[in-house]
Design a protein around this ligand. Structure first.
Ligand SMILES: Cc1cc2nc3c(=O)[nH]c(=O)nc-3n(C[C@H](O)[C@H](O)[C@H](O)COP(=O)(O)OP(=O)(O)OC[C@H]3O[C@@H](n4cnc5c(N)ncnc54)[C@H](O)[C@@H]3O)c2cc1C
Length: 289
């Protein structure tokens, strides 16, 4: 694709980047770590706008949650003390599985979401954490729930906009929380055949009062398993309940067969990984299984 590039821009501020994006229009493309863009060979792109000098590489935690700048690398997420302690460290764990060390030193958090791969490893975790995305163009800035951000494989709702920041709101208060991220790939550094993130909160009697389950690589976009979440809510957490939730997850996913795995295998493994994730969450939340 780089044979066809006429201009490579390196703006120094968000404002400059947004004006450039307006100027280059549909023939322009944002580039951050370039780990996805180089493999896509999109020959219609004439202008690249590099966003790695805009000051968007940061992690800021406070009592209201956490903000992650778009060009924060996977390596930075993996090693950030804020991210390692947030929600049992599941975002740090997901970031640490995004390819090789070399890849993680370049790959950005914003790029992982904006590329809209159904298998993006941070997406399932960020769905579980109810993340929101701040996006901007030269005229306005808006906030979108991550659940509404992906429109299909490699399609988002972005309209020539810059993804500036990922916001993770405060976690449910009151303790008795548990978290898990599970990834199945062909090797340690491969992309996911299936990934599952989960979060549970139990009350003092072991009943589930808050539940999130999200999966990647088993549908056109990363998805929430809402029926399985509903099945858990208000019920006492035991092995039978978690097995039924895993079965519900298998019904909710919509995988395809490709060179990496068959749809049947992905569906089966969605159930296995979901049960494994829920057990890990339940143990942390103090439930007796
Ligand atoms: C060898 C290898 C292994 C990989 N393994 C994994 C893996 O295990 N798990 C995984 O999830 N991914 C994996 N990936 C994919 C990739 O590394 C990630 O998706 C990465 O986070 C993409 O970020 P980037 O900064 O490199 O994006 P880029 O390649 O720079 O951009 C990707 C797309 O997003 C757009 N974009 C980037 N940033 C923004 C922004 N802030 N606002 C709007 N649009 C933007 C670009 O225009 C482009 O369309 C792998 C890639 C490679 C090459």
């Amino acid at each position: 694709m780089f044979d066809h590039i006429e201009q490579f821009y390196r703006p120094a501020t968000v404002r400059e980047a947004l004006l450039l994006l307006r100027k280059v229009g549909k023939r322009g493309r944002i580039v951050a770590g370039a780990t996805d863009i180089v493999t896509q060979a999109d020959r219609s792109t004439r202008f690249l706008v590099d966003i790695t000098r805009l000051g968007l590489a940061y992690v800021r935690g406070n009592s209201r949650g956490c903000a992650i700048g778009a060009t924060t690398t996977m390596a930075a997420l993996e090693h950030s003390s804020v991210i390692r302690t947030l929600a049992g460290g599941i975002l740090a764990k997901a970031a640490s599985t995004c390819g090789s060390i070399q890849n993680r030193n370049m790959a950005t958090a914003g790029g992982n979401l904006a590329n809209a791969s159904p298998a993006a490893d941070t997406a399932a975790v960020l769905l579980v954490l109810d993340a929101q995305i701040v996006v901007a163009n030269s005229r306005r800035k808006r906030k979108i729930a991550l659940a509404e951000f992906c429109a299909g494989p490699h399609r988002t709702v972005l309209q020539g906009e810059l993804l500036e920041e990922i916001i993770i709101p405060a976690l449910p208060g009151g303790g008795r929380l548990g978290w898990s991220f599970q990834k199945l790939g062909r090797t340690e550094t491969d992309i996911s055949l299936v990934n599952v993130a989960a979060g549970l909160q139990a009350d003092a009697h072991g009943r589930i009062k808050w539940a999130r389950i999200a999966l990647g690589a088993v549908g056109p976009t990363p998805l929430r398993a809402r029926n399985a979440e509903d099945l858990l809510l208000g019920n006492t957490c035991d092995e039978d309940l978690l097995t039924r939730a895993g079965q519900e997850v298998m019904r909710e996913v919509n995988p395809i067969s490709d060179t990496r795995a068959s749809a049947e295998y992905r569906r089966e493994m969605s159930g296995v990984l979901a049960r494994r994730a829920l057990r890990e969450c339940a143990a942390q939340a103090g439930c007796k299984l």
